[in-house]
Design a protein around this ligand. Structure first.
Ligand SMILES: Nc1nc2c(c(=O)[nH]1)N[C@H]1C(S)=C(S)[C@@H](COP(=O)(O)O)O[C@H]1N2
Ligand SMILES: [Mo]
Length: 341
């Protein structure tokens, strides 16, 4: 299958080695896309690397692999996150898009891929309000143009003890937040997912409080690693992964990364997320990936990497902040992470 051979590079020496676009894309397609990607590449690649004080990422576009035209290709720009990806392989597209948590479509891992086709992702608006000088409602087309798209390869670690490595396409959430001019009272950011029982059969059952609500502290939300994602594997997000836009906070357990977001509220008080409301002792507000703080019902010291050897493959040790400690550790300096789990 093409995904395994063309899009699952291993990085034996360092996390910074990526395949060149011509290695993963047929030359004709690459040549076609090269020109229009070039402009985007120059704007986009510096963003994350610059903000983190790293050498600029390759200013080179990576053309999306054609997938029979099912989903629209998104322009993407390769960017790098040092340290995070050494010895990691991309999780095959198949696993990323068929093994999902999206309770609005049911609680089985296969429900979202089977049922999320009823989600209507256009037209779509995102409302941003609360403690801001400039509340705004943005349409999807405005959002797609708001900042240059980057490709970000991140680990995703679910609180349930499995993980994936996913090439997202999007830009830092901070680009959106800066536009609305947060007031001095804005201390936290709250994210609301769509909750429409007509499109989302899972919303008819009371497994969670709907809408799905998540939250971040303001400095976490403004951190350059915090991504608003519109795509993965170079294409628009499949519905089951949270189309048309979802959050990705790679150093926190996956449930912090809310899908199919319709509203962002800047608030003064710590938000109560749907999972915290459901089981406060099990799912805290911070939920930073931490191998030393176990879930009350299971260990968090290791994880099962999807797409690598099946259920009985050896588990991988889980890393502090999911491997992003160098980037985000200072956000929690002096905090007791057992207390603030
Ligand atoms: N709205 C909403 N967002 C959600 C969820 C959900 O059920 N509803 N599940 C979360 C959990 S538990 C995980 S692990 C990730 C999974 O993202 P993925 O399916 O794209 O891998 O989405 C998170 N975001
Ligand atoms: Mo999760």
């Amino acid at each position: 299958m093409w995904i395994k051979t063309s899009r699952s590079p291993s990085h034996p020496d360092s996390g910074l080695q990526h395949p060149h676009a011509h290695e993963i894309t047929p030359p004709e397609v690459y040549a076609q896309r090269r020109e229009w990607l070039k402009g985007l590449a120059l704007g986009g690649a510096g963003g994350l690397a610059g903000a983190l004080g790293l050498p600029a990422a390759h200013a080179q576009g990576v053309a999306p692999v054609p997938r029979a035209g099912k989903l629209a290709p998104l322009p993407s720009v390769r960017s790098t996150v040092p340290g995070a990806l050494a010895a990691d392989k991309l999780t095959p597209y198949e696993d990323v898009t068929t093994y999902n948590n999206f309770y609005e479509f049911g609680t089985d891992k296969s429900d979202p891929a089977e049922l999320a086709h009823t989600l209507k992702t256009r037209p779509w608006t995102l409302r941003i309000e609360g403690e801001v000088d400039k509340p705004v409602t943005l349409g999807l087309d405005d959002l797609l143009k708001l900042a240059p798209m980057e490709e970000r390869i991140y680990r995703l670690r679910c609180v349930e003890g499995w993980s994936m490595v996913i090439p997202w396409v999007g830009y830092s959430l901070s680009a959106i937040l800066k536009k609305v001019q947060p007031t001095s009272k804005a201390k936290f950011v709250e994210f609301h997912s769509l909750a429409d029982a007509k499109q989302m059969p899972g919303v008819r059952s009371p497994v969670l409080l709907w809408p799905y609500v998540e939250g971040l502290r303001m400095d976490e939300a403004m951190h350059p690693l915090t991504l608003m994602a519109f795509g993965l594997y170079g294409e628009v997000l499949p519905n089951q992964n949270g189309a048309p836009l979802r959050l990705v906070v790679p150093w926190k357990y996956g449930f912090k990364s809310a899908k199919s977001i319709v509203k962002i509220r800047l608030v003064e008080r710590e938000p109560v997320s749907s999972w915290t409301a459901a089981a406060p002792r099990e799912y805290g507000f911070y939920s930073n990936v931490n191998p030393k703080v176990d879930h009350p019902r299971w260990s968090q010291a290791s994880e099962r990497r999807l797409g690598e050897g099946g259920f009985f493959a050896p588990r991988k040790p889980t890393q502090m902040f999911n491997g992003y400690e160098a980037q985000v550790g200072q956000l929690y300096a002096g905090m007791d992470l057992k207390k603030h789990y």
